[in-house]
Design a protein around this ligand. Structure first.
Ligand code: HEC
Ligand code: HEC
Length: 503
């Protein structure tokens, strides 16, 4: 019994402690690779602060955490932080609690009740306003009249991403409510935000393409093309500055950019606001959600809220690492299962549960080997693809596109630091098989091509990251790495209603 509590607490304490680590440093990596099981490595939360590689690599090393230390800290650990329990989540039917003003932001017009936690990743928040066919004014009014839709949601993250919950970004400035998320959903899929009614966010970040696009570059209004590949729009809740070069300080700031970008949606913010004001269903929603109604900043807030609930569910690798972490921590106890069952039934039952969930989303041997490689010094992938979302949120030069006559300067344009020349933000590799082609310039078509890029040590140039070196990998190793990313990290997304927009 006490043992059972200890397990939960140990796992959580390790995750929490590692959460305080900074991502991407050599000494930590040694700890991650050599001692900590994969699950723990994934819980290393990258520092949200965006800094260039050169400056972060020189920071002093954080202290390392062993399981023993975690055990000692068990008294203070708080299981809820990383172990979302779906059964405790809010049911829509549940009567909203009394109105409470303290948690709402200044711009919120409606006095909202306080909501309980919602585990993101299910389709509950992205299914649209209830009903079928065209979205009617009556349906919108009924939706807005329900106080539950204005309650501030406390989001929890599903297994996998949950380990990075400490890195959740942006909710204080822009709290989540169902009504705001739904408004953002509509705006995300609405081509009327563009100058000629042809392009929406989904044109370049489509649900069927892993919220990215299969084209090398984003294709905007009148077929115009930029020079960068569309990144994925999911798991943004764990991400601070946006764009390959981090030039948008937040998701809110990012979301209004494409509307006025001449080669994307080709509109002006003024014209966009005017269009939305002219659509009754939008007007009423903006007024109910925000004190100041339709403004371009509120467009950004709503879209950002929708993007924040686009999170990837547990992948086979997440179940597998949860199980293997347990097996390492309780190696002695699980040696004799009969004895365990009779003497410590709860521990036994928990073990059976973890086993069953991993068996329901199994990993192949190739995926298991690939995962071990990914987290090993042999590849060094976790020098950058670290933490729950497999990114340090920092900028690195891999030499991609550096052979061009005038290479994309990347992060340099923001910092004017030579170390940042040709450096781009580390992308997540969760669900990466859905969003080919790869890299900031979409120059690599398959995951094998990407792996080959790392094997050859990237493209040599003055600013190449110190963490990019030639790798000694067999063909089997390379296939295993690809399998790890393509299958081991593939998971469900929330289902998203793509129509049902105000007329
Ligand atoms: C014409 C194609 C196109 C359209 C339309 C478009 N985007 Fe993008 N999006 C891109 C490209 C290309 C980038 C990367 C640009 C860069 O980094 O310089 C990007 C970057 C982003 C990012 C940053 C992701 C990251 O990892 O940093 C987010 C989020 C995003 N877009 C959301 C949106 C939203 C929301 C809309 C609608 C308001 C939208 N996009 C419209 C092509 C598009
Ligand atoms: C030095 C940091 C670093 C290391 C080490 C690293 N990556 Fe990356 N990874 C990045 C960055 C930065 C990009 C984007 C680069 C660009 O577009 O110029 C990237 C891109 C990728 C992409 C394409 C993602 C997309 O959306 O386009 C994949 C897949 C990937 N890396 C896998 C790996 C694997 C596998 C390893 C280990 C063999 C690895 N990475 C090692 C930083 C790193």
């Amino acid at each position: 019994m006490g043992r059972f509590i200890a397990i939960v607490v140990v796992l959580v304490a390790v995750a929490l402690l590692l959460n305080s680590f900074l991502g991407g440093k050599k000494d930590q990596d040694a700890v991650i690779h050599d001692e900590a099981p994969p699950f723990v490595a994934e819980s290393v939360e990258p520092e949200p602060e965006s800094e260039n590689e050169a400056s972060t690599e020189e920071e002093p090393t954080e202290e390392t955490v062993t399981s023993e230390e975690a055990v000692m800290l068990e008294e203070t650990a708080e299981p809820e932080a990383t172990e979302p329990a779906p059964e405790e989540t809010e049911e829509v039917e549940e009567a909203p609690t009394e109105p409470e003003t303290s948690t709402t932001e200044k711009t919120e017009a409606v006095v909202a009740p306080v909501a309980k936690s919602v585990v993101l990743g299910s389709s509950e928040l992205t299914a649209g306003i209830p009903g079928e066919g065209e979205l009617t004014s009556e349906q919108i009014e009924a939706w807005l009249a329900d106080p539950a839709n204005h309650a501030v949601i406390k989001p929890e993250l599903p297994l996998g991403l949950a380990a990075g919950a400490g890195g959740i970004q942006g909710l204080e400035a822009n709290p989540l409510t169902r009504a705001k998320i739904e408004l953002g959903r509509q705006l995300y899929f609405d081509t009327r935000l563009s100058a000629d009614n042809t392009i929406s966010c989904a044109s370049c970040h489509a649900p069927e393409n892993g919220f990215a696009r299969e084209t090398q570059f984003g294709i905007g209004i009148e077929g115009q093309m930029g020079g960068r590949n569309s990144p994925v729009a999911y798991n943004r809740i764990l991400s601070g500055p946006q764009f390959w070069d981090g030039r948008a300080e937040s998701l809110e700031a990012q979301a209004v950019g494409p509307i006025a970008n001449p080669i994307e949606m080709g509109n002006t913010h003024e014209a966009c606001v005017e269009t939305l004001q002219g659509i009754e269903g939008y007007q009423s929603q903006f007024e109910a959600v925000f004190e100041d109604g339709v403004t371009i900043d509120n467009v950004g807030r709503a879209i950002a809220s929708f993007e924040r609930v686009l999170v990837t569910g547990p992948a086979p690798w997440d179940y597998y690492s949860q199980l293997t972490t347990f097996e390492k921590a309780f190696a002695d106890d699980i040696e004799d299962l009969e004895e365990l069952k009779s003497e410590e039934e709860e521990l036994y039952l928990q073990y059976m549960e973890l086993k069953a969930s991993s068996e329901a989303s199994p990993v192949s041997e190739s995926v298991a080997r690939g995962g071990a490689l990914f987290f090993s010094d042999k590849t060094g992938c976790t020098a950058c693809h670290v933490g729950a979302n497999f990114t340090d949120e920092k900028y690195h030069n891999l030499g991609v596109g550096m052979m061009a006559e005038t290479p994309d300067v990347g992060r340099f344009s923001e910092t004017e630091d030579e170390n940042d020349r040709g450096a781009f933000k580390t992308p997540t590799v969760r669900n990466i098989s859905l969003s080919a082609p790869y890299m900031h310039d979409g120059s690599q078509e398959t995951l094998m091509e990407v792996v080959d890029w790392y094997v050859k040590g990237g493209h040599p140039n003055e600013h190449l990251s110190k963490n990019i070196k030639k790798l000694e990998l067999s063909d089997q190793d390379k296939q295993d790495l690809v399998a790890f990313m393509a299958e081991g990290l593939l998971s469900d997304f929330p289902e998203v209603e793509t129509a049902r927009l105000p007329q």
